[in-house]
Write a protein that binds this ligand. Structure first.
Ligand code: GDP
Ligand code: MG
Length: 598
């Protein structure tokens, strides 16, 4: 297509404001996907995404649209993930666009993710088209929400489109606005090839499929390309566009969006943000903004059955082909045996990986509580990064510990400001700012240790605001704090995966709450089990789990064999997700107990 007839755009929205539904309507009304083919929410194709109603991986769709001026335009919709864990991918897909639809639920208003995404879009100089969605709802207040967008974001809303993605209202207006307001790409076909990778995934038959936007130059079937970050070269096997299923083409030029396959073995060789150029006649410099993303949250993954260790390794190897952000290395725990220490972008990323390992690879896993990366300066001046609390150097061998901090921005209805300030305070937050945002709503800004946020901060924020508050966070750096390692001993033995790093002032309280919780979670055994929390050799809290009073089988009077069998089966079932630590069976929930302390 002629560059002047191309429009590249994405949709930005807070979760649940209707991004996927709107994308479906656009695909349908341009005839890209027929009504019959239309599965609900075509773009969210992964099962997990569908179940959780979130977009994890971005994808793209090319639509042909005959505008009211009679011309045919190519509209490339580049979808973005809707979660803060994947904000780097959001920034790369926005970098591939000239415009964005800003979708705001007219019955709700501006939320934290709306703001974060709008700021990203503004950084990339995108033309932003406000769309007030869900105007079919009786509670919709488009005029109020328009004022809100104008006041908060400073975006003119006099021409904002009123829409209902569900009922199909406002769709023609949206398509016309894309054509008339979003600038066409620059015509840089004569320059050396530079294409921006905004997504990639691993296909077992064809290798990695790379999604890209050609920024400069032209790319042809059979070209030999070079990936500028990795320096590796490949011959293109297949070149195509997404309409939204893959359709092969011979060439793509500046402004166009497409995919290629080139027998690339793993997504880490074709990372999001990397630049594709030609092996012969390479561009002198890559596109700006490439960053190698680093995991922020770590946890241990152990098979509940140690026989499954090799299966777990294979499954991780396979997932890794498709997930450049996933890190793992073997870990040996005195309590848990062999497993892996894994690094993730954030909590959602961690949950997704765990869930896929269990569902798609049939593994039964014990997961330890998430940890962040601590920066420890030893007495001799050496600085070590610690992602596993049990590896923290001894107090007599360390000068200081620093921990990562994030800035958390919350948007809160007035009546919940108190409870959320209290929550932030108990999580060691430093109050930064509180601003009136719009009628009845306030922004609240705190600086918090990331460790406090990756525990159940988000769930707490939701429950203390009856679901009405929203939040975003970003890393702001490391700070020194008086942190100590809290060890947990079960039956006298330290259980390394239960060790946590806590603030000195909270250690006693956390230790006490944790042993009380463990006492509830660990089932009774034939013998009495002491549970203790200690800092170094000092025990700060202790409880014990009383012995079982009767043997369960004693109830069966010896005679009834089938009943005895049933009882044993029932016990065996209850054993699932237990990890034998010494002679004590510890259930999965115990390893997460530290996250759920009140
Ligand atoms: P996303 O998280 O932004 O992708 O939002 P979805 O498209 O998944 O929509 C979230 C929920 O809002 C779903 O239950 C949709 O059916 C519903 N929804 C989306 N658009 C509309 C609309 O225009 N009107 C109404 N009443 N509901 C809508
Ligand atoms: Mg969605």
């Amino acid at each position: 297509a002629a560059v002047s007839r191309i429009r590249n755009f994405s949709i930005i929205a807070h979760i649940d404001h209707g991004k996927s539904t709107l994308a479906d309507r656009l695909l349908q009304s341009t005839g890209t996907v027929s009504d019959r083919e239309m599965k609900e929410q075509f773009l969210d194709s992964m099962d997990l995404e569908r179940e959780r109603g979130i977009t994890i991986k971005l994808q793209a769709a090319r639509m042909n649209y005959v505008s009211e001026d009679g011309e045919t335009y190519v509209l490339n919709l580049i979808d973005t993930p809707g979660h803060v864990d994947f904000s780097y991918e959001v920034s790369r897909s926005l970098a591939a666009c000239e415009g964005a639809l800003l979708v705001v639920d007219a019955s709700q208003g501006v939320e934290a993710q709306t703001l974060a995404n709008v700021y990203l879009a503004l950084e990339h100089d995108l033309e932003i088209i406000p769309v007030l969605n869900k105007i079919d709802l009786p509670g919709a207040e488009p005029e109020r929400v328009k004022r809100e967008i104008e006041d908060i974001i400073g975006l003119d809303c006099s021409n904002a489109i009123l829409a209902s993605a569900k009922e199909g209202l406002g769709i023609p207006e949206i398509l016309e606005s894309i054509v008339h307001l979003v600038p066409s790409p620059e015509d840089t076909i004569e320059k050396p090839l530079r294409a921006l990778i905004f997504d990639s995934y691993y296909d077992p038959y064809r290798g990695v499929i790379v999604y890209f936007r050609v920024m400069d130059g032209q790319l042809n079937k059979g070209d030999r390309v070079k990936l500028m970050a990795s320096g590796k070269e490949y011959d293109i096997d297949e070149l195509g566009v997404l309409s939204p299923t893959q359709v092969v083409v011979d060439s793509l030029h500046a402004g166009e969006v497409g995919y290629l396959s080139a027998s690339i073995k793993a997504v880490e060789d074709a990372r999001v943000g990397d630049t594709i150029t030609l092996a012969k006649g390479s561009a002198p410099s890559p596109l700006p903004g490439y960053t190698e993303i680093k995991p922020m949250v770590f946890c241990g993954l152990f098979p509940s059955d140690s026989e499954q260790f090799e299966d777990l390794r294979e499954a991780l190897d396979k997932l890794r082909l498709n997930d450049a952000a996933l890190q793992y290395e073997p870990e040996t725990s005195s309590a848990m045996g062999f497993g892996f220490r894994c690094g993730f972008l954030g909590l959602l990323h961690m949950e997704i990986v765990q869930e896929r390992l269990e569902r798609e690879y049939n593994l039964d896993l014990i997961t330890t509580a998430p940890s962040v990366i601590y920066r420890v300066t030893k007495l001799d001046g050496e600085v070590v990064l610690i992602d596993n609390p049990s590896n923290l150097p001894d107090p007599q061998n360390r000068e200081r510990i620093e921990e990562p901090y994030v800035q958390v921005d919350m948007i809160v209805p007035e009546e919940f400001v108190g409870p959320l300030m209290e929550l932030s305070q108990t999580r060691r937050g430093d109050f930064k700012d509180m601003k009136y945002l719009a009628q009845g709503r306030t922004t609240l800004t705190y600086e918090l240790p990331l460790a406090e946020v990756v525990s159940d901060f988000f769930d707490q924020m939701k429950s203390r605001s009856r679901g009405y508050a929203s939040m975003e966070y970003q890393l702001i750096g490391y700070r020194e704090n008086p942190l100590v390692k809290l060890d947990i001993l079960i039956n006298g033995d330290p259980v390394d995966p239960l060790a946590t790093i806590v603030h000195r002032d909270k250690a006693y309280y956390v230790g006490k709450a944790l042993v009380e919780r463990l006492k509830e979670l660990i089932p009774r055994h034939q013998f009495k089990i002491p549970v203790q929390a200690s800092i170094g050799s000092r025990v700060v809290a202790s409880e014990h789990i009383p012995a079982l009073r009767k043997d369960v089988l004693a109830k069966c009077y010896g005679g009834d064999i089938s009943r005895k069998k049933k009882l044993l089966q029932k016990q065996a079932k209850g054993k699932k997700r237990l990890k034998a630590i010494g002679t004590v069976d510890v259930p999965q929930e115990a390893f997460m107990a530290v996250l759920k302390l009140q």
